[in-house]
Design a protein around this ligand. Structure first.
Ligand code: T5A
Length: 204
């Protein structure tokens, strides 16, 4: 969810990987490549041109195709861990459900963009929309074009995330309303449980 603390947690997680000596790369979506960052500017500019749900989806996926090919695959092929601040579940929740394009259709187009690459683990940081917005206000973040849709749109997106988290392979729903440290502890716990061979001797 918006303002749930994804960027904060992704950075803390990446720092932790560094501390325990696991090579990794951190990227964000939409963005993460020169093309992706340019597309991000168009997608999120609240003063820019409006766009249809279909255009929004295809721009998200154009950015993702570049991110997967230029960043994610090379990182994984080098043996490092890829940490992504948002990935395909965002598209299923926002465009598939929030914009009403349908999760199945979005999944089909997403498979084309990713050439079928899946995340091993997807952590869904769950907070009520109002708490996420309050955190964004506190962090003095300006509302982007999609956030400007308001709380009722975001609550639809939240319900979609909660449902997707139950069915999506590798997805885990985390309560992101507690403190930064507590959420980070939960994130570590998920990884330690999923990949004991890599993390159990590195609880640190
Ligand atoms: N989008 C994206 C789609 O529609 N479809 C897609 O496929 C994709 C990939 C992207 C926009 O694009 C949409 C969704 C979005 O509308 P974004 O920048 O990735 O935008 O997403 P935002 O959610 O808008 O990013 P934010 O930076 O606002 O939220 P984060 O990353 O969840 O939160 P973070 O870590 O920056 O923290 C926000 C503030 O809260 C504090 C932080 O210090 C910061 O000030 N904070 C906490 N405060 C108290 N307790 C905690 N546990 C806290 N954790 C963080």
């Amino acid at each position: 969810m918006e303002g749930a603390g994804k960027t904060t947690q992704a950075r803390l997680f990446a720092d932790w990987l560094g501390e325990v000596g696991i090579s990794h790369r951190l990227g964000r979506e939409p963005g993460g490549t020169p093309l992706g960052e340019a597309i991000r500017g168009v997608l999120l500019d609240s003063r820019g041109p409006g766009m249809s749900a279909e255009s929004e989806l295809l721009l998200m996926l154009a950015a993702r195709a570049a991110f997967v090919r230029e960043v994610v695959r090379p990182t994984l092929e080098s043996g490092a861990v890829m940490v992504a601040d948002r990935f395909e579940l965002s598209t299923f929740a926002y465009q598939g459900v929030g914009r009403g394009l349908g999760v199945e259709e979005v999944e089909r187009l997403n498979r084309f963009a990713t050439s079928g690459l899946r995340a091993d683990v997807t952590m869904v940081l769950d907070v009520p929309a109002s708490l996420g917005q309050a955190r964004q206000r506190e962090g003095r973040k300006e509302r982007d074009r999609i956030e400007a849709e308001g709380v009722s749109f975001l609550e639809v997106v939240r319900a979609a995330y909660r449902s997707l988290a139950r069915d999506h392979p590798g997805a885990v729903l985390l309560d992101a309303s507690p403190s930064v440290d507590e959420v980070h502890r939960q994130v570590r716990e998920v990884l330690i449980t999923r990949f004991p061979e890599h993390f159990s001797s590195r609880r640190g």
